[in-house]
Design a protein around this ligand. Structure first.
Ligand SMILES: [Zn+2]
Length: 126
C-alpha cells in the first residue's frame, strides 16, 4: 500500500529526530500533503497512528495540512491553485488541477509541485 510506505518513512524520520534531540515524547507532527500526491488522508492517518504506537511517537497528534500546487501559464501568469479552486469538494479530484484555465488568457495552466508529502514541523517534549 502506497500510504503505508510513505507513513513508514515519516515515522522513521520523526523517531530519528526525537532521538537526536533526546525527546521524552512527541506532542504533535504537522504533515503537508500535496494535493497531487495521490494520498488518501484517512488511510495515511491510520498508518501513521498504527506505526507510531510502540514508539516514542505513541499518542502523537498528527496534523494534516493540504499543499496546493502552484500554477503557471505560458503567458507568464502564475499563482497558487488554492486561489483558483474555490469549491473545496471538487479539489479532491486531481483532474481539477489539470484543467484550470488561466484567469488572464484562458489557456490551460501547468501545475508545479504539490506531489510531495513533507514533515512541516515536529513538536517534541524534552
Ligand atoms: Zn495565461
Amino acid at each position: 500500500m502506497h500510504e503505508y510506505s510513505l507513513a513508514c518513512n515519516i515515522i522513521e524520520h520523526v523517531i530519528s529526530i526525537a532521538e537526536l534531540n533526546n525527546a521524552k515524547a512527541v506532542n504533535n507532527i504537522t504533515i503537508g500533503i500535496g494535493k497531487l500526491a495521490h494520498v488518501n488522508p484517512d488511510q495515511i492517518l491510520f498508518c501513521l497512528e498504527t506505526l507510531a504506537s510502540d514508539s516514542i511517537a505513541q499518542g502523537t497528534e498528527f496534523i494534516l495540512v493540504d499543499i496546493f500546487p502552484d500554477m503557471e501559464c505560458e503567458c507568464g501568469y502564475s499563482c497558487n491553485s488554492e486561489q483558483l479552486i474555490k469549491d473545496n469538494d471538487r479539489c479532491d479530484d486531481i483532474r481539477v488541477f489539470l484543467e484550470i484555465p488561466c484567469p488572464t488568457c484562458g489557456k490551460i495552466m501547468h501545475e508545479l509541485g504539490g506531489r510531495d508529502l513533507v514533515i512541516q514541523s515536529i513538536d517534541i517534549e524534552q
